[in-house]
Unconditional design. Structure first.
Length: 238
């Protein structure tokens, strides 16, 4: 729906959009290598996710049955190193590599947590409530550091430093999630609000990319956020 909205906006703005077979496959089926989306730029992540689903069985097969944690850690390290290799030797991809290889480290961080999940569930120290709180606080601190690097040095953020900060944030938050999964959490008003926010967030991400095509939203965060929420609410309840 957001892509169709982007197409409608392109027509209204009289943009030069050639609707051919290549355009349809690139914009709607995510069949690109280094992603560029005319309809909604933020959708490049969807294309990479679809490509990852194709290689994920091969990655799991490579892990095998023995030394899975060690192999997963080594694979993550290799993916992190690739970030710098691509920046140095493949400048045509741009500083922000919107392709699967350039972002594989993020997926590998999740795979590493998955291989550790059994050990995390068995570890007695992770069942303590204060440990879970400390993990979440640490994850938030890493997210703030990543945001600081993003605003102060965008080039380094897109290199191994930024990737590592984001992946450490994800890694620690997922460990906390594994422990919280085993807890009984009362469905009070706070939990219902958090659950409802989770439903909204991807829709906000999707719609804000389309709204940013208009200069009226580019320098007004509150207008951008508010209109994104309204659009998500309209789609969910329309």
């Amino acid at each position: 729906m957001v892509s169709l909205g982007g197409l409608a906006c392109a027509w209204v703005a009289d943009e030069d959009v050639a609707i051919d077979v290549a355009f349809v496959f690139h914009q709607f089926f995510m069949l690109q290598w280094n992603y560029e989306y005319a309809l909604n730029g933020v959708f490049w992540t969807l294309g990479i996710e679809l490509q990852f689903y194709l290689v994920a069985p091969f990655i799991v097969w490579m892990l095998g049955a023995n030394h899975r944690i060690l192999k997963a850690a080594a694979m993550y390290t290799a993916c992190l190193a690739w970030v710098e290799v691509e920046r140095k030797y493949f400048p045509a991809h741009g500083i922000d590599s919107c392709n699967l290889l350039g972002n594989l480290a993020h997926f590998q961080a999740g795979i590493l947590v998955a291989t550790l999940a059994g050990e995390i569930r068995k570890a007695p120290w992770t069942s303590k409530g204060w440990i879970v709180g400390l993990l979440i606080a640490t994850a938030v601190g890493l997210l703030l550091l990543a945001n600081r690097l993003y605003f102060l040095d965008f080039g380094r953020f897109l290199g191994w430093r930024g990737v590592l900060l984001v992946d450490l944030f994800s890694f620690i938050l997922l460990i906390a999630h594994i422990r919280v999964e085993a807890m009984t959490v009362r469905a009070g008003s706070v939990m219902r609000m958090i659950a409802f926010s989770g439903v909204l967030f991807y829709g906000i991400y999707a719609w804000h990319g389309l709204l940013l095509k208009s200069r009226h939203f580019q320098d007004n965060f509150f207008l951008l956020f508010g209109c994104s929420v309204l659009l998500v609410g309209f789609v969910l309840h329309g």
